[in-house]
Design a protein around this ligand. Structure first.
Ligand SMILES: Cc1cc2nc3c(=O)[nH]c(=O)nc-3n(C[C@H](O)[C@H](O)[C@H](O)COP(=O)(O)OP(=O)(O)OC[C@H]3O[C@@H](n4cnc5c(N)ncnc54)[C@H](O)[C@@H]3O)c2cc1C
Length: 446
């Protein structure tokens, strides 16, 4: 595991001001802005970058606007950047086109790693192939998770008790014989970092303290194992996300550049976009039961294309389609004792309107003033309340529209009238799409 800068060491455990868990759009952007603000920032990512991500790869007008304000053009240059002007819906052999006010198709592999590069250039420490877990205030740690060397949290650091003894209390979780008592100080959080690359190395487990922790670990919320209060709940009947980036073959002419091709069936929908001359991105939300009825995820996607009346991409049958956890998740509490939840970790709705990256970017920018507050005056409940309000006011309103639209797709009787409405009332459809795409007010930058 890559060592952190020597000047970050405080006692035996290095300390940073801002630790960001997860280097997706939310985490990489939040880390970039924190590093630019001059905070000692570490960005922790469990996968090796660049990595594949299940996503429709479409930036809406709001996301484009927010990205352009980050001034990261020099890092973004290498990624494919195809303007999107329309969505073409297919349903049981019929189709309708809806104009999109402003959109762009981007490779997530390239976008996310460009954001990480920009964060690194701004002074952020990036640790990849490292999985982070936030430790609770009071908890038993296993021997194995605490090697006695290097910058990890060792017995001497515990005995010396730079840790406030009043905060050291036995936890209710089943402690093993070998367990030792550990705790965090009141003015920071303790994270356990585990290498996901070479797990047998003695360097494979470390600890770090952070004044503020941004939880940007996506739908799984794997870093919040000890925080059930912050865990999201999946909606019953939530759909599963599927996705893959594949080679664009000569026979894939039905997928035109600049259009999102949305094949809709009763069991789900599949969006396809051209990422570049040589690549197509396919992403879907499907019913879990429908998925189980197929030999593999690629077959499930192919049957949605067929039901919708459009030929699937040539390379789809032999591709390795990835899946996600249930997509529609609600998180009731998005802040607690120096922890803030951002992006999908703070709740997500099916991606029918492709808004996730705009929500993630909005959260990453809006959190910055609150980080400043915590670093200067410490944690207060009012900071938590403020974040709760921001998430539910800014993202919640749009998520409700998205929930309404994706929910209505489940009712077969509504599907045909909706498609007809798109054709007969294009102005109304455009208005709705504009509302979903609403450009930011600039408030994010105050
Ligand atoms: C099928 C589908 C289609 C979509 N289409 C669109 C679209 O067209 N447009 C759009 O804007 N949005 C779309 N979205 C939504 C979008 O992909 C997400 O909203 C967005 O990626 C959220 O970003 P994030 O940073 O919160 O999470 P993610 O991008 O999921 O990043 C989380 C990161 O955290 C890492 N991680 C997890 N646990 C740990 C840990 N314990 N320690 C360290 N690292 C960890 C993961 O490896 C991952 O890299 C789609 C989603 C799906 C599923």
């Amino acid at each position: 595991m890559r060592p952190l800068p020597a000047e970050w060491s405080s006692g035996d455990v290095p300390r940073c001001q801002v630790a960001v868990i997860g280097a997706g759009v939310a985490g990489a952007t939040a880390a970039l802005l924190s590093a630019r603000a001059g905070y000692r920032t570490v960005l922790i990512e469990k996968q090796k970058f660049p990595r594949q991500k299940v996503c429709g790869c479409c930036l809406n007008a709001r996301a484009i606007d927010l990205l352009s304000k980050l001034n990261i053009q020099s890092y973004l240059a290498p990624f494919s950047n195809v303007p999107i002007t329309a969505t073409r819906f297919y349903l049981e052999g019929r189709s309708a086109v809806v104009e999109v006010p402003k959109g762009q198709a981007v490779s997530r592999q390239l976008l996310d790693s460009s954001l990480v590069d920009a964060a690194k250039a701004a002074g952020c420490e990036f640790m990849e192939q490292v999985s982070a877990v936030v430790l609770p205030d009071k908890k038993f740690l296993n021997e194995e998770s605490m090697p006695d060397h290097g910058s990890s949290l060792n017995s001497s650091s515990l005995n010396r008790s730079s840790l406030n003894s009043s905060s050291v209390v036995a936890a209710s979780e089943s402690p093993t014989k070998n367990s030792r008592l550990a705790a965090t100080e009141h003015d920071c959080r303790l994270l356990e970092l585990r290498s996901t690359g070479c797990s047998n190395s003695p360097e494979s487990v470390r600890h770090i303290r952070a004044d503020v922790v941004l939880i940007c670990d996506g739908l799984g919320q794997t870093s919040l194992r000890y925080f059930p209060r912050l865990k999201s709940t999946a909606a019953t009947n939530s759909r599963i996300g599927l996705g893959v980036t594949i080679a664009r073959m000569p026979g894939d002419r039905q997928f035109r550049e600049g259009e999102i091709h949305m094949a809709v069936s009763r069991q789900g929908y599949v969006g396809t976009v051209v990422l570049s001359e040589s690549e197509l991105n396919v992403a879907a939300a499907v019913d879990a039961v429908f998925l189980q009825q197929h030999r593999n995820p690629a077959d499930a996607l192919i049957s949605i294309f067929r039901d919708a009346g459009v030929a699937p991409p040539e390379g789809l049958a032999n591709s390795h389609v990835r899946g996600t956890l249930p997509l529609t998740q609600t998180t009731e509490c998005v802040a607690d004792q120096r922890l803030f939840l951002l992006g999908d970790s703070a709740g997500y709705v099916e991606p029918f309107t492709g808004e996730g990256m705009a929500w993630a970017l909005t959260a990453a920018t809006r959190i910055q003033p609150l980080i400043g507050k915590v670093l200067s005056t410490g944690w207060t409940e009012s900071v938590a309340d403020e974040w709760q309000q921001i998430i539910f006011r800014d993202c919640g309103r749009r998520q409700r529209i998205c929930r309404l639209l994706s929910g209505s797709l489940r009712f077969p009787l509504l599907l045909h009238p909706m498609l007809t409405a798109c054709r007969i009332f294009p102005a109304m459809t455009r208005m709705l799409v504009r509302r979903m795409n609403q450009i930011s007010t600039g408030q994010e930058w105050k």
